[in-house]
Design a binder for this molecule. Sequence first.
Ligand SMILES: *[C@@H]1O[C@H](CO)[C@@H](O)[C@H](O)[C@H]1NC(C)=O
Ligand SMILES: *[C@@H]1O[C@H](CO)[C@@H](O)[C@H](O)[C@H]1NC(C)=O
Ligand SMILES: *[C@@H]1O[C@H](CO)[C@@H](O)[C@H](O)[C@H]1NC(C)=O
Ligand SMILES: *[C@@H]1O[C@H](CO)[C@@H](O)[C@H](O)[C@H]1NC(C)=O
Ligand SMILES: *[C@@H]1O[C@H](CO)[C@@H](O)[C@H](O)[C@H]1NC(C)=O
Ligand SMILES: *[C@@H]1O[C@H](CO)[C@@H](O)[C@H](O)[C@H]1NC(C)=O
Ligand SMILES: *[C@@H]1O[C@H](CO)[C@@H](O)[C@H](O)[C@H]1NC(C)=O
Ligand SMILES: *[C@@H]1O[C@H](CO)[C@@H](O)[C@H](O)[C@H]1NC(C)=O
Ligand SMILES: *[C@@H]1O[C@H](CO)[C@@H](O)[C@H](O)[C@H]1NC(C)=O
Ligand SMILES: CC(=O)N[C@H]1CO[C@H](CO)[C@@H](O)[C@@H]1O
Length: 488
Amino acid sequence: MAVLFLLFLLTVSVVSADEDGFIGVNIGTALSDMPSPTQVVALLKAQNIRHVRLYDADRALLLALANTGIRVTVSVPNDQILGIGQSNATAANWVARNVIAHVPATNITAIAIGSEILTTIPNAAPVLVSALKFIHSALVASNLDGQIKVSTPHSSSIILDSFPPSQAFFNRSWDPVMVPLLKFLQSTGSYFMLNAYPYYDYMQSNGVIPLDYALFRPLPPDKEAVDANTLLHYTNVFDAIVDAAYFAMSYLNFTNVPIFVTESGWPSKGDSSEPDATLENANTYNSNLIRHVLNNTGTPKHPKIAVSTYIYELYNEDLRPGALSEKNWGLFDADGMPVYTLHLTGAGTVLANDTTNQTFCVAKEGADPKMLQAALDWACGPGKVDCSYLLQGQPCYEPDNVVAHSTYAFNAYFQKMAKSPGTCDFKGHGSCIFPGSAGRNGTLPNTTSLAPSSNSTTSGCHSVYIYGAGSFTTSVIIGVLLMSVFFL
Ligand SMILES: *[C@@H]1O[C@H](CO)[C@@H](O)[C@H](O)[C@H]1NC(C)=O
Ligand SMILES: *[C@@H]1O[C@H](CO)[C@@H](O)[C@H](O)[C@H]1NC(C)=O
Ligand SMILES: *[C@@H]1O[C@H](CO)[C@@H](O)[C@H](O)[C@H]1NC(C)=O
Ligand SMILES: *[C@@H]1O[C@H](CO)[C@@H](O)[C@H](O)[C@H]1NC(C)=O
Ligand SMILES: *[C@@H]1O[C@H](CO)[C@@H](O)[C@H](O)[C@H]1NC(C)=O
Ligand SMILES: *[C@@H]1O[C@H](CO)[C@@H](O)[C@H](O)[C@H]1NC(C)=O
Ligand SMILES: *[C@@H]1O[C@H](CO)[C@@H](O)[C@H](O)[C@H]1NC(C)=O
Ligand SMILES: *[C@@H]1O[C@H](CO)[C@@H](O)[C@H](O)[C@H]1NC(C)=O
Ligand SMILES: *[C@@H]1O[C@H](CO)[C@@H](O)[C@H](O)[C@H]1NC(C)=O
Ligand SMILES: CC(=O)N[C@H]1CO[C@H](CO)[C@@H](O)[C@@H]1O
């Protein structure tokens, strides 16, 4: 009887696997040319991204996300934590304005209270748990607490002695916050939000952590990390960080709070002190991370318990201060062009398909040059395409003719609009081409140039090898837009 009871206790006290893991994406907005909410949502849809985290609760973006089925984590920005943590009424107002106003049309599934509060604004730490509780009680009052979880993302730097994971513990100076916080997460069925960056652990390890271990690449058996206390084998840094968080929680006697990784990623470019911030490493890390999460592999401590993860981040944020790498964590540039093509296959998988769908938009053969010029002017003006590459001396200037330049601008616009139907029409002067049909049936307009490659080893402009028999769609919207420009 006693044994049975103990077994029962053990089974209920462990993190349970009731859902498959998902991949989400963080949307930072420090871009000089931030795409419009409509463009952001078009990109998310085209890439089959079903989960996003915002760093605020931007009204326009939340409206654009309505009726898309995309699950949204909104955030209380750090500068509002003190106010909300000190006033139940302020918290209730925040929820009314930023959550209740949008559900159920916009599927808000979580509220992140700030971002890395303990490490970035420790003066707000004393009211952090109050902020969570006040926000939660406003949800309860509106009967939304079942569908919307409240939590707060932590930097993994609050976990000390994180290898071997079994010895990890939270920095004890935060126990007065962590203990009530974990109680709150446990009692509300919420999860622990963790920002996990193997990139930084690798960078700060002075060569102790092998690059392959950080990138989820196979390691020779003698390099594999084994936790001597548990004999668990760690084949990658990500799992070790997540398990360190599980162990740190269990050290405080919390064994049933699941973990969501709210940020993870790898920069694709860095300055001379960041030699491993490369396209290839970023691609390898994120591709392997996506495979790892979607496979529901779990971690050595909790195999098969999915660790849903939000990739940092959707766009390269050119306005972020700091090292060059800070501006280069994105999967896409502001035009919606992939920074690199992930090594992923499998139709329908998040980010797997359309990044590899290299459909281009070109100026149609035989189009009236005057009309092309007008459409080009529209694309480079109201269409907000960056046409600086077309200027004399820039990589896409040659060949200097209206067909080549319109093709560049049409394609940039088409990619920026996430290849939405109709965005390659240009009043009948644009036409899609599909590389699959390349070379088989068509002319070879080696006069056309496309946007500069995102592949840093390739400079200048891609050549287009063919006008496909390619389908082109008609678009009322673009037609009307263009017409209004032409006839102004
Ligand atoms: C909102 O997201 C939750 C969690 O994924 C899901 O269970 C629910 O069905 C979604 N609601 C709508 C209306 O899509
Ligand atoms: C805080 O406000 C909520 C409604 O938003 C209410 O249900 C709850 O009782 C209030 N709590 C306190 C401590 O005043
Ligand atoms: C633990 O946190 C305190 C308070 O933020 C900080 O001063 C201290 O340096 C941290 N300890 C370690 C080992 O990081
Ligand atoms: C965790 O539980 C053990 C056994 O019940 C107890 O000895 C220990 O003090 C607890 N630790 C904390 C931090 O509550
Ligand atoms: C860049 O392009 C070259 C030549 O096409 C190719 O060999 C290389 O693998 C590409 N690199 C990336 C990171 O896509
Ligand atoms: C996927 O999971 C299976 C078993 O759960 C495991 O054997 C396999 O190595 C995993 N693959 C990846 C890429 O993680
Ligand atoms: C590529 O994208 C275009 C435009 O959205 C679409 O029509 C076409 O079917 C896609 N091709 C593949 C192979 O997904
Ligand atoms: C392209 O294909 C069509 C139909 O298959 C054919 O009529 C036409 O002659 C071909 N054009 C060229 C340039 O091969
Ligand atoms: C392609 O370019 C080459 C050299 O630049 C030129 O000789 C050739 O005639 C061009 N072909 C077409 C179809 O324009
Ligand atoms: C790389 C990849 O998975 N491509 C797939 C994208 O989707 C189309 C249609 O669903 C498939 O045919 C491709 O194989």
